[in-house]
Write a protein that binds this ligand. Structure first.
Ligand code: ZN
Length: 146
């Protein structure tokens, strides 16, 4: 898979990161954070994290994996992305950015916000080389603060 995060961290660093985020340490959370930092692609599905935990020797039940994902999302360590087709991905990049979904590979790629222009008149300019006539559909979700 692409977009792997290559940072690895020691167990004390992982525990400190959990505490800094306001989460208590647990075996599953430490293992999940380790996977996020060193084993998983940037965009992943719940089964990917479950498999990463299993590869670390932790036989976590799927509900435990969901709990980790929900906790990490709640404290801002992850973003949850629900696509128009119902697929749910988790994103370890939490700053504002856009996504390109490649259906045949079921893969998300980041689009840098600087590549998308939202003008005052409401028109939107997308990167031309990104589209190249292969676009099936553009789903736009705008989230307002109020
Ligand atoms: Zn992303």
């Amino acid at each position: 898979m692409k977009n792997r995060n290559d940072q690895s961290a020691s167990r004390p660093e992982l525990i400190a990161a959990l505490q800094a985020a306001g989460l208590r340490k647990s075996k599953a959370r430490v293992a999940a954070l380790q996977a996020l930092r060193s084993g998983l692609p940037r965009h992943f599905e719940v089964e990917d994290l479950r498999d990463a935990l299993h590869n670390q020797g932790l036989k976590a039940h799927l509900s435990t994996v969901y709990n980790c994902l929900n906790d990490f999302t709640r404290v801002g360590l992850l973003r949850r992305l629900t696509l128009a087709n119902g697929a749910v991905f988790y994103d370890s990049r939490t700053d504002a950015h856009h996504h390109l979904y490649i259906e045949e590979r079921q893969e998300l790629r980041d689009i840098d916000p600087a590549e998308v222009e939202i003008r005052d008149d409401g028109t939107i300019r997308l990167p031309r080389d990104l589209l190249q006539g292969k676009t099936n559909r553009v789903d736009l979700l705008v989230t307002l603060k109020r």
